[in-house]
Design a protein around this ligand. Structure first.
Ligand code: NDP
Length: 282
């Protein structure tokens, strides 16, 4: 493909942008799909969000990702939001349309896409550990994908209760709080366990949420949101105990694919995205 002198522009606004590998996936995918698009990864602090969105508007950007700390506040700057973004009150992907900026939340979609290779969410019992942004997106989207029950374990019980209440109120799944006071023994009603905390992430790769791993021997599916390392200590230990495991890179790849689809209309090759992510993080 011959690049024009005026490619379509998308990008990202966050702090800690230098550690965000999404730009590597986007560049590789745009080249692979022969799209004359570029992705600009920008360091934008809290006060810079409004001017950044105005700048994107003025420069004709086709959309942008928002990461920490902007996922909630960006809602003030968009013209409408998707159902999942409204339920989670968080937006990570903004798309320019003829009706203005539309905010989406693709974190949860990316997660659900990545677990489908191991489990059908329809009717599943899910235990989510953590009650932050990733946990919200995952709990809501897996419930919208048909999960029967979503239980939440968090060290701050009040946050677990709030997320469980949200699942109950906004989706057809039943939400519940999972009492967490020691190594988690996974009950038979749970088919999928998700670590939605940063525990185990580089550089603290020898840490993990404590489980009674004997309770995982029945072919339970264990997923981690941590993208680096790909195989966290939790996933390694769960696999040794007999669980099937899903790494956090799949979630990143699938949400990037969803973002590209929303911006460009193309269905990008996910293998190319995964290869680019692995290369960027190794
Ligand atoms: P938040 O800060 O919003 O939430 C983190 C959650 O983890 C909170 O519930 C927090 O509890 C809990 N937590 C943190 N440390 C511990 C601990 N030592 N023990 C128990 N619970 C703990 O972060 P996010 O939800 O945005 O991100 C969480 C992880 O998900 C990060 O590692 C991030 O990189 C990853 N992520 C991965 C994505 C992917 O595509 N793979 C996408 C988005 C995020 P408390 O409230 O008590 O502090």
């Amino acid at each position: 493909m011959k690049r024009s002198f005026l490619p379509e522009i998308v990008g990202s606004f966050s702090t800690g942008a230098a550690a965000n590998p999404t730009v590597a996936m986007m560049a590789a995918s745009f080249a692979h799909e022969q799209l004359d698009w570029i992705y600009v990864n920008c360091e934008v602090d809290v006060d810079g969000l409004g001017p950044a969105v105005e700048g994107a508007q003025a420069m004709g950007w086709r959309g942008f990702n928002c990461s920490i700390p902007h996922k909630r506040r960006v809602i003030e700057y968009v013209d409408s939001i998707s159902d999942t973004a409204r339920i989670c009150q968080a937006v990570n992907c903004v798309v320019r349309t003829s009706d203005g900026w539309v905010g989406h939340n693709t974190d949860g979609v990316g997660f659900v896409d990545s677990v489908r290779s191991a489990i059908d969410p329809d009717g599943a019992g899910v235990l989510v550990v953590g009650a932050g942004g990733a946990a919200h997106a995952i709990a809501v989207e897996i419930a919208r994908a048909g999960a029967a029950r979503v239980e939440v374990a968090a060290r701050d019980r009040r946050r677990a209760e709030q997320l469980a209440e949200l699942v109950d109120a906004a989706t057809s799944a039943s939400g519940g709080v999972f009492a967490w006071d020691g190594p988690i023994s996974v009950p038979a009603r749970v088919d999928l366990v998700v670590n939605a905390t940063p525990v185990g992430m580089t550089p603290k790769t020898d840490e993990m949420i404590e489980f009674d791993f004997d309770s995982m021997s029945r072919g339970l599916v264990v997923a981690d949101v941590v993208p680096n390392p790909a195989t966290t200590m939790l996933l390694r230990t769960a696999e040794q105990a007999g669980a099937r495991t899903i790494d956090g890179r799949g979630m990143l790849v699938n949400q990037a694919a969803e973002n590209i689809r929303l911006w460009t209309g193309a269905e990008p090759d996910r293998t190319a995205l995964r290869s680019a992510l692995d290369a960027a993080l190794e």
